[in-house]
Design a protein around this ligand. Structure first.
Ligand code: SF4
Length: 283
């Protein structure tokens, strides 16, 4: 059973167990459950990112339907290119399920072309719009009135809607608490040494068990991870100046390697090399 909290009950540095979801899920025979150390580390990560980058206030959109369009268009594409496609759709007054469902597919393809994979994405937008019109009379409130698990199952049954897209829609358009796991999340948690798993559901269950179950908190945390991945923790990480430098397992290992290499070059034995200063106070 999920422990839900009201919007006004949001806490930035959570402590009590009741803030977290209970889970009976298992992975490799081990229960995925709340781990105090993991909760502390994730809370410390959030605080560091918030302190550096400030609130991100995601998702950048004027309506819930625009969030959904953006979630579909951003598949395998950068947000910068998605913005161009959304600007095209806005210019043609196309950001409604009715207009997308009835538009010529060639027109739609042309408008979303900047986001890449435009044929596939135009079709996905059309499919979603038709589904919404036919089953929910075009009313997102009606679609979103379902409980979270039912809504997620229904979204995942649609062609072209995977876990990340479904959860982006649920969190940012439906305002229901589900953590959006993306490649950035997996990369950052892995590099920090918090979690090495990559499977979507496993990562999500781990985060649900260890991050306070709160819509706004999930939104902000996810957006901050995306910001970190863009600013510092890129494919080739820019650790200098990263808010997690000094506490990140990947960066400390790199530094350690560098110290040993430098000492080697100067003819010292690696066993005499002093490792980098480790801030053990956090993460
Ligand atoms: S210190 Fe480097 S590897 Fe670690 S989170 Fe920052 S950028 Fe990524």
């Amino acid at each position: 059973m999920n422990a839900r909290r009201s919007k006004t009950d949001r806490v930035e540095s959570p402590q009590p167990n009741t803030l977290y979801r209970d889970t009976s899920d298992t992975f490799s025979g081990q229960a995925i459950m709340r781990d105090r150390d993991a909760s502390r580390r994730l809370a410390a990560l959030y605080e560091r990112l918030l302190k550096r980058f400030g609130r991100q206030n995601w998702w950048p959109a004027d309506s819930s339907f625009e969030v959904i369009v953006g979630a579909i268009l951003t598949q395998q594409s950068s947000w910068k290119n998605v913005e161009k496609a959304i600007a095209n759709l806005k210019e043609e007054n196309m950001l409604t399920p009715q207009r997308i469902a009835t538009a010529k597919i060639e027109t739609l393809e042309w408008l979303v072309r900047p986001s890449g994979f435009y044929r596939q994405k135009a079709l996905r937008l059309k499919n979603f719009s038709k589904f919404l019109l036919e089953k929910y009379h075009g009313e997102l409130d009606s679609l979103f009135s379902q409980d979270l698990d039912t809504l997620r199952r229904e979204l995942l049954s649609l062609n072209g809607v995977g876990h990340e897209t479904a959860d982006s829609i649920i969190l940012y358009a439906a305002n229901k608490p589900t953590f959006v796991v993306d490649a950035y999340t997996v990369r950052i948690l892995g590099r920090l040494g918090i979690l090495s798993e990559k499977a979507y559901d496993t990562v999500q269950k781990y985060l649900h068990a260890n991050i306070p179950n709160d819509v706004q908190h999930y939104k902000e945390f996810h957006a901050l991870l995306v910001r970190l991945a863009k600013e510092n923790c890129r494919t080739r990480p820019a650790c200098d100046g990263c808010p997690l430098a000094g506490v990140c397992a990947y960066e400390l290992k790199e530094q350690d390697h560098k110290v040993v290499t430098d000492e080697d070059r100067r003819g010292f034995s690696p066993s005499h090399a002093e490792g980098p200063a480790v801030d053990k106070s956090n993460i």
